[in-house]
Design a protein around this ligand. Structure first.
Ligand code: RNT
Ligand code: ZN
Length: 417
């Protein structure tokens, strides 16, 4: 019997695309899935709630409250997602036990993350890591590494140093590398009287944090344009971190799709960074009017980012794909699965575009044919290849997703109320 996939395979072959090779390539590219969709970014170490100009809105029931619940939910979600995965942890997800009781963030050690490492090892996941510089009493007027207060800066410098060390130890335990991403909310609500001092202090703090060299840690800083309550300036702007990265080999600039002005296109930025850097880390998210961190969908901005990753020479390996969304208004397992699947789907879509031919047409000024071929590729039988990829990866096709999510929900909700 001829399947939809057989027909699609032939159609793609006619424009020079090998769907078998594409599926194989996609299955190996890891997506770093953030742990914080499962509990609305609250973590396990503080009671104070979220701060730092970010917000998880909604109160859908069933939020994970501890390591057991969060890992169970992550497992349930990832059983619905094709392809290779990593888990992206925040320092606030340290696991405290009777043997390893609570310590403050500047005293965290590898042992507080060992349960995560054991868990990840069993699943073949790599781990990425983030200092947690928000939702904590040591945030001083929402300033941390750039604070005018030495005591405040020093606390967060100690925290970041601890996190880099933990990242190295995690990487060693997994015989891998760990991306360690520093994001700070630091900024001002109202018109700044001094921008330079804040940025000069941030540079000095970073220099202290990065003084120690680690061979398995990929360091990066995440830029931003504004936060809620911090509308007038953000210390760690993209110019700031791009310049820092350019002058500090081994430290990279992380681009979050929600951290730019709405008409800026992050897909357009990738080629510029890839001319100069051997790594470009990303937070893929979906901003709606502001940095709202909606669940990633198979929409144009994501497809365009994926197309750059698939088409730029070497970008497939150089771009480190991480996700960053947190919607508390819907089932969180459904959110995780849908967003991560959308990333996979966009990469599959991108790999199925006739990029080499389109480039050739651009380079020979055949713009009409380029336009027409580009339009043709958009309505080719992509869905049949996606369904086939899901089947081969033993995950549901889109039509089978909701029932899985709701079955899991029905099982766990009674335990969590
Ligand atoms: C905030 C940044 C940051 C956080 C996570 C929780 O605007 O995007 O990456 O979302 O670290
Ligand atoms: Zn982010």
């Amino acid at each position: 019997m001829t399947t939809m996939y057989d027909l699609a395979k032939e159609e793609y072959a006619a424009i020079g695309i090998d769907t078998e090779a594409v599926m194989e390539k996609l299955a190996k590219k890891p997506i770093s899935v953030h742990c914080w969709q499962g509990d609305d970014v609250l973590g396990f170490d503080q009671e104070g709630g979220l701060s730092g100009g970010i917000q998880a809105t909604g109160n859908y029931p069933g939020r994970a409250r501890n390591f057991e619940e969060l890992t169970a939910d992550f497992d349930a979600a990832m059983a619905l997602v094709p392809g290779a995965k990593r888990i992206n942890l925040h320092a606030s997800y340290a696991v405290f036990t009777d043997e390893n009781p609570w310590v403050d963030r500047d005293a965290l050690e590898y042992k507080h993350f060992e349960p995560w490492v054991r868990w990840a090892k069993e699943r073949g996941y790599g781990i990425d890591f983030n200092p947690t510089i928000f939702g904590h009493p040591a945030m001083n007027n929402e300033l941390s590494l750039s604070s005018p207060d030495k005591e405040t800066r020093d606390f967060w410098i100690r925290h970041c140093k601890a996190c880099r060390k933990i990242s190295q130890q995690i990487a060693e335990a997994l015989d891998d590398e760990t991306l360690c991403n520093i994001w700070i909310p630091d900024g001002l609500k109202d018109v700044p009287a001094d921008r330079y001092g804040l940025r000069e202090r941030l540079r000095d703090s970073l220099d202290q944090i990065y003084a120690e060299k680690y061979d398995r840690v990929i360091d990066c800083c995440e830029s931003k344009v504004f936060g809620i309550g911090l509308e007038s300036m953000t210390v760690g702007s993209n110019e700031f971190y791009l310049a820092y990265a350019a002058t500090h080999p081994g430290v990279y600039d992380l681009l979050d799709l929600g951290h730019f002005h709405p008409t800026e296109n992050v897909a357009d930025k990738l080629s510029s960074l890839l001319v100069f850097f051997d790594k470009v880390p990303l937070h893929v998210t979906r901003p709606v009017r502001w940095d709202s961190d909606h669940v990633v969908l198979f929409d144009d901005p994501i497809k365009e980012v994926a197309t750059e990753i698939a088409a730029i020479p070497g970008a497939w390996d150089k771009v480190i794909i991480g996700l960053d969304f947190f919607d508390a208004s819907i089932n969180r397992v459904g959110a995780w699965a849908t967003g991560t699947r959308a990333m996979e789907k966009s990469l599959l879509y991108a790999l199925l575009q006739p990029s080499a031919r389109l480039k050739e047409l651009q380079d020979t000024y055949q713009f009409t044919e380029k336009m027409i071929l580009g339009e043709q590729a958009k309505s080719m039988p992509f869905g049949a290849v996606w369904d086939e990829y899901c089947r081969r990866q033993n995950v549901p096709v889109d039509g089978g997703l909701f029932v899985e999510v709701s079955t899991y929900e029905a099982k766990i909700l009674p335990e969590r109320s």
